[in-house]
Design a protein around this ligand. Sequence first.
Ligand code: SF4
Length: 470
Amino acid sequence: MNVHDSERIAGMLEAAGYVPAAADVTPDVVVFNTCAVRENADNRLYGNLGQMYPAKKHHPGMQIAVGGCLAQKDRGTITERAPWVDVVFGTHNLHRLPALLERARHNAAAEVEIVEALEVFPSALPSRRSTHHSAWVSISVGCDNTCTFCIVPSLRGKETDRRPGDVLAEVEALVDEGVLEITLLGQNVNSYGRSLGDPGAFAKLLRACGTIDGLERVRFTSPHPRDFTDDVIEAMAATPNVCPQLHMPLQSGSDVVLRRMRRSYRQERFLGILERVRTVMPHAAITTDIIVGFPGETEADFVDTLHVVREARFAGAFTFQYSPREGTPAATMDGQVDPVVVRDRYERLAAVQEEISWEGNRALVGQRVEVLVVEGEGRKDAVTGRRSGRARDGRLVHLGAPSAALIRPGDVVQAMVTRGAPHHLVGDGPLLAHRRTRAGDLWWETAQGALEGPEQGRRSTDLGMPTLRR
Ligand code: SF4
């Protein structure tokens, strides 16, 4: 969600006449779009702001703006702790950034503006997308749940759904621009439509995406096990461009811990969903999020999580060691677990999941995969000369050097899997097929500097499967 907001922030600034700064010049404006979910977000923000201070002193007129969840949380504290910050804006008023920069410049004083309810749905704002081939599409913002570890509802507010017609119009416009893959975004996509009086709206939206010519891949994030209904599973299976991938957050395998987390599904329901998904999509890659060491978690609770992980056979997992977030109910709960114990459980969980992921990837050796080539996914690509991309099920695939020179980010290729590693697949034989796409043409033109304005210098966005690492 934050990456998508950043695209909107960049798009708005460009619409207001700003241009991206070259890498070797000090920019006139720096915007921090913050996230409050991860540990130490505030330390990192204030550390970064401290580093900006000398640059600002030596560059008169430079402006620094801080937005996003941490700004929504800390508000005026930011300008108290870092008085050289010019603008603070929250999650509900992104659209105000250009005006706030202007006003701060005119008044030579900091502007702090935080509002409590969404003023403009971010999708109505201009966007500077990072790639030609893939795009995020917001279907809702905010969340009506109250998971006790999560700060999101208090910072992003209640769920607001976007009308299906607006969502589909945006998807069609993106496809017209050459986009092949979209990811529908919401804090809880399965509650989409309730505020519109149509609880089945998400399944209908998936089916409607299936009718859009030229749209090859549809993904979504995040579902919620409580609200994940069979009509969505049926729509996934019946809509060929919906990818065989599901990111289904488990959080804990213990019913007791789930209750303390205020996650109103239980182990049995969670595993039942996975079984039904696999019945109709046997090759779906299912990934998850897991928190270990939630307050009150006993060794028996943790063993329950290991049990679900073994049963679920996730293709990959985001695993987290619990740490308290100020402002959440869990932060003040009894039974905070000793960090040494949390670390030990985390490592045991990671070892189990790594073995399962690796086994799943090894089982794919010898199979043909379709790969959408993506820039920036393979950290060693520049050194090795290979290309990387994502299979339809979201797996990261590294394509070997003999084929790499021929293909461009945005192109679609078919390759044989020659090796399965814990976190990726390798296809280093000759390509079995290569389809040049309009997104690939646009990437090439951008790389040659042939495109102007917002088209110039797009970077890649990671839309893929989580790795095991924290
Ligand atoms: S459903 Fe997700 S965003 Fe909403 S409160 Fe729970 S963890 Fe947070």
